[in-house]
Design a protein around this ligand. Sequence first.
Ligand SMILES: Nc1ncnc2c1ncn2[C@@H]1O[C@H](COP(=O)(O)OP(=O)(O)OP(=O)(O)O)[C@@H](O)[C@H]1O
Ligand SMILES: [Mg+2]
Length: 497
Amino acid sequence: MNILEMRGISKSFPGVQALTNVDLTIRKGEVHGLVGANGAGKSTLMKILSGVIQADSGEIHFKGQRIRLHSPLDAQRAGISIIHQELSLVPTLSVGENIFLGRLHGKSYSLRWKDVYKQSRELLKRVGSHVDPRTLVRDLSVAQMQLVEVAKALSFNADLIIMDEPSAVLSGADLAHLFNTIKSLTQQGITIIYISHRLDEIFQICNRLTIMRDGRVVDSKDVKDVDRDFIIRGIVGRDLKDEYPPRKPKTVGEEILSVQSLTIRGKVHDVSFHVRRGEILGLAGLVGSGRTEIARCIFGADRYDGGEIRFKGRPAQFTNPRKAITSGVALVPEDRKSQGLITKFPVRLNLTMAALRKISRNGFLRPRVEREAADSLVKTLSIKTPSVEQIALNLSGGNQQKVVVGKCLFSDAEVIVLDEPTRGVDVGAKREIYDVIHELAGQGKSVILISSDWDELIALSDRLVVLHEGRVKGELNGSEATPDRILELALAHERGE
Ligand SMILES: Nc1ncnc2c1ncn2[C@@H]1O[C@H](COP(=O)(O)OP(=O)(O)OP(=O)(O)O)[C@@H](O)[C@H]1O
Ligand SMILES: [Mg+2]
């Protein structure tokens, strides 16, 4: 039985035809994967289905009836809830307040706090979360926030829950937990639409999938009838010969940056490693292994309690990121929204702001040079935008990520730290970013790569440093690394070896 039929949905934004005549059919109780390149229109379609924005044309039929959605509340009342790509909880409110936000009044307009927390606790239990509903959201991990969002969706008695790239911010055990939650929700008769760029997840949890490209639906299929190459072809529109660039033998230069006995109280303990010119150094580890903390220290964004970072043979005095950038060290942060981008600014400025020197003369900005530089970065990284004047906020999630990478490229840094650079990026564009990373290394620049995608880390790194709970557990040559070897090293100590 079909729970949802979207028919002939079209939507345009100024300069962008985001959706063209899209049909989407969803069966009751299934987990339906929605995949497609960055900017294909997945989030736009789901925002229409959840009443956040309105389509220019088309119809939505839900549970056998035509529905008209003018607001998110309309959708929630109909039984449709969405968990957005960028989480939307209020950090300064408690978990319970967030779940019942806007519904905190009883019939007599007095707050029903006891009920709120009691019901929140029950809802959280249904998604397997043990957080106290009185905890402030800002004190939760991203994984816990994700579950609060699911609990919130349940509080509306949702029949259909849309998850827009939940796995972009989750990994390992947290992801496994979410998958278990999804399974138990479907057993309760709830239908899920699941958006992801990680194709292995589609095979793991989806029954059917729909592939979108350039604002249109390419195909809908049973997952059991397709393979990885079929999906990639649908997403990219052509065969992608290899997901990763081939490993080439190369010679690396002298050491350029070293981290010596770095210690951050409670997080990082006596960590040492170095990177050479032209080398891609991977930092492997599970969540909580201290990788992001180390990256932020190298970039001058955080203080550390002990040890030293040396750059070009001298102690690096990066007391703030600005100094790091002007000295030649750049970072693509893991959290693009709060650290990488100024979303209200045009793409042009976001791309060039880390190296204004390159586009000015005698202290004056040269607009034409700036524009050309921005245009060329947009081309190199295939950033999908009507022009470089578009504000970054209006770009799709993955394209925003490409802007952050582009900004880092333009800064001409000698050491580039990439913290989850392909998060939310589609398979085709991932390959473009990999090629850029290779090219940087080929120019003699050094790359420190952090990624939760171990296949990616292994395919790209010349050398891997394995971290576990803030300590270096070992080192692997890129060509001898496998996920099993990394895990073995990371966990060796715990097994008492
Ligand atoms: N508010 C807006 N104003 C202008 N253009 C927009 C707006 N929202 C989305 N777009 C454009 O519509 C197109 C589809 O974007 P959408 O966010 O739906 O893509 P997506 O498939 O979710 O991509 P991703 O995988 O990167 O999240 C993109 O070209 C995007 O730039
Ligand atoms: Mg999206």
